[in-house]
Design a binder for this molecule. Structure first.
Ligand code: ARG
Length: 458
């Protein structure tokens, strides 16, 4: 058993069950490089405050840097039966430097240390998520560009609604992922404040130069209240929220891909490398990766809810409950990065089945609204044109015809305002290109959006 950091006032050691419940090294060892960076910056601050001599600071920094290399090479050699990663690093430095190691903890607490480590972790994860989302948008831009003029059924209520460009559909997700990138930018900013110097909860007695420490660690600023600093986990909540919104977007997209990939609909084919077979039904090619990403969105949202639930009953300042933040944060970071990786690669291999898409365009009277709009252009008030169109659709259904297959006489029986120009309006191309305003699905609008996105994400 490693010597504890706080044994002095105790007659008895911790019960085995209490150790099992509370020791977190197996989880927070993941923060080791951050913890070493924080210790290094603190050692330099101790030198600035004349608590360490230059040589002592040098010795500690060299030792920490060697430990960092050691952890990269073989962490198992260095990990002991320590309570957490902070205790572990302190033990290792003390084993190597004796009293000098013991003096390293002057003016800091694990409370300000753990949250500073965590802030560094969240900053890195936010940057990483932004780079993965940028890569995903890059791949989606390519997909949109490759199929930029393919007309696709647009749905509301999963009922055929209006024809759109397939690329417009893909660009819709690009917009969502663009907002996700902004959310992570904000998350990064929230995390980008150094808490070291807050001590256990009230500050420290050594007048350590907090701005210097922040700069050493690459933070843009410092926290302004020690009690808030050691109790604040808002930036983790924000990270978990940002991640859960990405997962929600991925999940919705995956739901569409699962549906599109079903042989019943057959709009897309997923690569063999992102689908699986059945152990009993030889014909199957299942979209398991899309399903798993959809499924994993649940646990990422769960992590957000779990941490917020943990936080809501806590008085100021540090409470051990806060240690629970890490499992949720690590699980979300891993799940998010695996899902983004896999989804991005899966989308690179997605192919379209243009015949199936084309066949679907003749189902569900996608041109009905454009007939109503045609009547409006012919001078019929929209409410009336809506009513007339509804009747015409019902009639066409009974005749087993598309709307554009009705004869001029048939059209005229619904409204005298219909002329032969109706046939120019009632094509898929005309319907798409009529939506010619920013945000609309007309070819030239969508092409312009693709060009903009390519400039942004390539
Ligand atoms: N391992 C703790 C955590 O992750 C940090 C240590 C603070 N512990 C304490 N008893 N004050 O939150």
């Amino acid at each position: 058993m490693a010597k504890k950091l706080w044994g002095g006032r105790f007659k008895q050691g911790l019960a085995e069950s209490a150790i099992k419940l509370s020791y977190s090294l197996h989880i927070d060892k993941r923060l080791v490089s951050y913890d070493i960076a924080v210790n290094t910056a603190h050692a330099k601050a101790l030198q600035k405050a004349n608590i360490f001599t230059k040589e002592e600071c040098q010795q500690v920094c060299t030792c920490l840097s060697e430990l960092n290399d050691g952890f990269i090479k073989n962490e198992a050699e260095l990990l002991g039966a320590d309570e957490d990663i902070h205790s572990c690093i302190e033990r290792l430095v003390t084993e190597r430097l004796g009293d000098l190691g013991k003096r390293l903890h002057t003016g800091k607490s694990r409370n300000d240390q753990v949250i500073t480590d965590t802030r560094l972790f969240i900053k890195d994860q936010s940057s990483f998520a932004m780079s993965q989302l940028t890569e995903l948008n890059n791949v989606l831009c390519e997909l949109a560009d490759e199929h930029k003029d393919v007309i696709f059924p647009g749905f509301t209520h999963f009922q055929p609604a209006l024809p759109v460009l397939f690329s417009h559909h893909i660009l819709a997700y690009i917009e969502k992922f663009k907002r996700d990138i902004s959310r992570f930018e904000h998350t990064f900013e929230m995390a980008d404040v150094c808490a070291l110097g807050s001590g256990a909860m009230a500050g420290n007695n050594y007048g350590l130069d907090r701005d210097f420490v922040a700069k050493e660690l690459g933070f843009s600023g410092i926290t302004q209240n020690s009690m808030d600093a050691v109790s604040d986990r808002d930036f983790i909540l924000e990270y978990l929220f940002s991640a859960s919104v990405v997962m929600t977007h991925l999940s919705r997209f995956c739901e569409e891909i699962v549906v599109w990939n079903s042989p019943i609909i057959g709009f897309v084919n997923l690569g063999d490398d992102f689908t699986t077979g059945s152990s009993i039904m030889p014909q199957k090619k299942n979209p398991d990766m899309a399903e798993l990403i959809r499924g994993k969105s649940g646990r990422v949202l769960g992590n957000l809810v779990a941490l917020q639930q943990t936080l809501k009953g806590l008085p100021l300042t540090y409470n051990r409950d806060l240690q629970e933040d890490k499992e949720m944060m690590f699980d979300t970071a891993d799940t998010l990065s695996h899902c983004l990786d896999c989804f991005t690669e899966m989308m690179q291999g997605l192919t379209l089945n243009k015949e199936a898409i084309h066949a679907a365009l003749s189902k569900g009277y996608l041109l009905a609204t454009d007939f109503a709009d045609y009547l409006v252009k012919q001078g019929v008030p929209f409410r009336d044109s809506h009513e007339i169109t509804g009747k015409a659709v019902l009639y066409a259904m009974e005749q087993n015809k598309q709307l554009e297959e009705l004869s001029l006489e048939e059209f005229k029986s619904f409204s005298g305002k219909v002329e032969s120009s109706v046939y120019d309006a009632l094509t898929l191309e005309a319907a798409v290109n009529a939506k010619d305003l920013v945000g609309g699905t007309a070819k030239q609008q969508v092409h312009a959006q693709i060009t903009k996105c390519k400039a942004e994400f390539n």
